[in-house]
Design a protein around this ligand. Structure first.
Ligand SMILES: [Fe+2]
Ligand SMILES: [Fe+2]
Length: 135
């Protein structure tokens, strides 16, 4: 029932970042499975809290590495992270107001984030970091 299977081609060739990205895939799969078994209402709160924590840890990790090594697209990349945080804050507010649509919206948002950010934008720093000796 897994929605998204991690493949080596998704790797950014930086081990710690791959591990962090895999955690996001786990949240996505967990939410998907909960929705299939009609348990989304029970876990959406934890998913949203987990995403807030994840954003804090993972984005600051990536951004710190970028700053340390003078990554040229740092500001553009950081803006995308900020948009993610804003979105999760909006979902959390909506959830608190009792919206029943939040689980589906979060699921779609995470799928898009994997497709457009992790597999495209994050992969752009792969060679750059590797050339700086970061693996
Ligand atoms: Fe990332
Ligand atoms: Fe990123």
């Amino acid at each position: 029932m897994t929605l998204f299977e991690w493949k080596d081609m998704y790797s950014v060739n930086v081990a710690e970042i791959d591990n962090q990205h895999k955690l996001l895939v786990e949240s996505l799969n967990g939410l998907y499975e909960a929705m299939l078994t009609r348990k989304a209402k029970e876990i959406i709160d934890g998913i949203l809290k987990g995403l807030t924590d994840y954003a804090g840890v993972h984005f600051s990790y990536e951004e710190r590495l970028m700053q340390m090594h003078g990554y040229p697209d740092y500001s553009e990349h950081k803006k995308k992270h900020e948009a993610f945080i804003k979105k999760v804050t909006d979902f959390t507010e909506k959830h608190k107001r009792g919206s029943l649509m939040v689980s589906m919206e979060v699921l779609n948002f995470l799928k898009e984030w994997l497709r457009d950010h992790i597999l495209v934008i994050d992969k752009q720093y792969s060679t750059f970091f590797n050339e700086k000796g970061v693996h």
